[in-house]
Design a protein around this ligand. Structure first.
Ligand code: DX5
Ligand code: ZN
Length: 231
């Protein structure tokens, strides 16, 4: 085990293409490509133009994607008052709902509600938000999402010092005996994914890297291959 290699081979790597960067005119082909490329989850970025300065989609698109694939739908809510959407999103087919600590003052209540609905519950932390914002509720988490860009847009640059936060998040989960998934989102590419994996992340959202590739299907495999490299 090399210094700083915190993941070992214990956890599987999960690749979650973000359809934010997909071509919506041919969404069925894009989802089929993700499946053929071996994607583990489909990541759905819900933005409300309030929590983040961008608007995307809601329950109707989740329902459409649900019809197109059996892969788990990993729904990332970048919205204020996220609890307003839980019931509709679960009915539409969400498999996991991740909410931002910055938008959820009653995190415990909200996470509990997501789980009551039979959905995997996650908390996301913006780059400037300390890990302590989620540390008290680790036992109730199915997923912890470390944002490696400021949320709102695809195609941004990975923030390098996120790696230290990922390492500390891995320690936090391990210390609590948690088997929550440690996900990273933003600027994930062949250049950045290996370091995130070695820092302890085990789920990787990628939008631009996959959908802007000349061979998106192969890119999913190329990203996963980086997670097998242990130095
Ligand atoms: C950013 C979103 C991400 C985004 C990632 O606000 O949460 O999921 O789609 O896009 P890339 O991989 O292009 O940085
Ligand atoms: Zn996202």
């Amino acid at each position: 085990m090399s210094a700083g290699f915190m993941n070992g081979s214990v956890n599987p790597s999960r690749i979650a293409p973000s359809i934010l960067s997909a071509d919506f005119a041919r969404l069925d082909d894009e989802i089929a490509m993700c499946e053929a490329g071996g994607a583990d989850w489909i990541h759905i970025d819900v933005m409300d133009g309030r929590f983040v300065p961008n608007l995307t989609f809601g329950a109707k698109v989740i329902e459409t994607v649900r019809r197109l694939t059996k892969l788990p739908l990993d729904c990332h809510l970048m919205v204020v008052e996220p609890e307003k959407y839980f019931d509709d999103f679960v009915s539409a087919g969400a498999s996991g709902i991740t909410i931002h600590s910055e938008a959820a003052p009653h995190l415990h209540r909200q996470i509990t509600r997501i789980r009551e609905l039979g959905c995997r519950a996650g908390v996301a932390l913006n780059p400037a938000t300390p890990l302590s914002a989620a540390s008290e509720i680790v036992p109730d988490l199915d997923l912890l999402l470390i944002m490696t860009v400021n949320p709102g847009f695809g195609g941004q640059q990975f923030i390098p010092y996120s790696l230290d936060k990922i390492r500390r998040a891995r320690l936090l989960l391990d210390e609590c005996g948690s088997d929550a998934v440690l996900e990273v989102d933003g600027g994930i590419s062949r250049k950045t994914i290996g370091d995130c994996w070695r820092a302890g992340a085990d789920a990787f959202v990628a939008g631009n890297a996959i959908f802007s590739s000349s061979d998106p299907k192969a890119e999913i495999g190329a990203l996963r291959d980086q997670c097998a490299v242990s130095v």
